[in-house]
Design a protein around this ligand. Structure first.
Ligand code: ZN
Length: 206
């Protein structure tokens, strides 16, 4: 059973991995690097890394149906909903190194909203897996599109990529920005401009 496959297309399996198998692979990796996996500092490393991977990649085994159950509400006012500065951590699928930053998620309802606390969970669902930033941005937008049928969704993601920072040109301050717009955010510049005006303001200190 892969319940999320019915909601929006995502990669991977719904089954959590076998921790012993993961630990074995990490032990082999350490040996291939010329290390001694039995030396004191590394003895528990394979088990730790296996546990860590299951946590940072937990999006693969989250059930999206759990996210929406009981969290969709009918509304009469269809005003802009914006959750900005959602901190996220993901893993670049090309280099298996983290990329991390902030996501801003907005939509204009069409009679349905999702509980506010669920939006950061939707970001986690797609961040906690092997990813590329462009696809993650699009998947968050598609998910809200499918679940809410809103008038429009806008997702803007700003991130720093360790694979760019640690390797090659080392432009460590480079940030990548991606966006996915649907519906009236795409067709009506007034809605787009209203959103951008919100995002231009620095976050309020609360
Ligand atoms: Zn990378």
């Amino acid at each position: 059973m892969e319940p999320h496959k019915g909601i929006v297309k995502v990669e991977g399996t719904a089954r959590p991995p076998d921790p012993a198998r993961l630990a074995g692979v990490i032990r082999d990796l350490l040996s291939a690097l010329g290390e001694d996996p039995e030396r004191e500092g590394l003895q528990r490393t394979p088990a730790r890394v296996a546990e860590m991977l299951q946590e940072v990649l937990a999006g693969y085994w989250m059930d999206p149906a759990d996210l929406i159950n009981g969290a969709i509400f009918e509304v009469e006012d269809n005003d802009l909903v914006l959750v900005r500065d959602i901190e996220f951590y993901s893993m670049c699928e090309h280099h298996l190194l983290p990329f991390y930053g902030r996501a801003h998620v907005a939509y204009i309802p069409n009679g349905r909203i999702i509980g506010l606390s669920k939006i950061p969970r939707v970001v986690e669902l797609f961040a906690r897996r092997l990813q590329v930033q462009e696809r993650m941005t699009r998947q968050i937008a598609d998910f809200l599109e499918v679940v809410l049928h809103p008038q429009g969704v806008a997702v803007i993601v700003e991130a720093a990529h360790l694979c760019a920072m640690m390797r090659g040109v080392r432009k460590s301050h480079a940030r990548m920005v991606t966006q996915a717009l649907t519906g009236i955010f795409r067709t009506d510049p007034r809605h787009r401009n209203e959103l951008l005006a919100h995002l231009r303001r620095p976050p309020e200190k609360l």
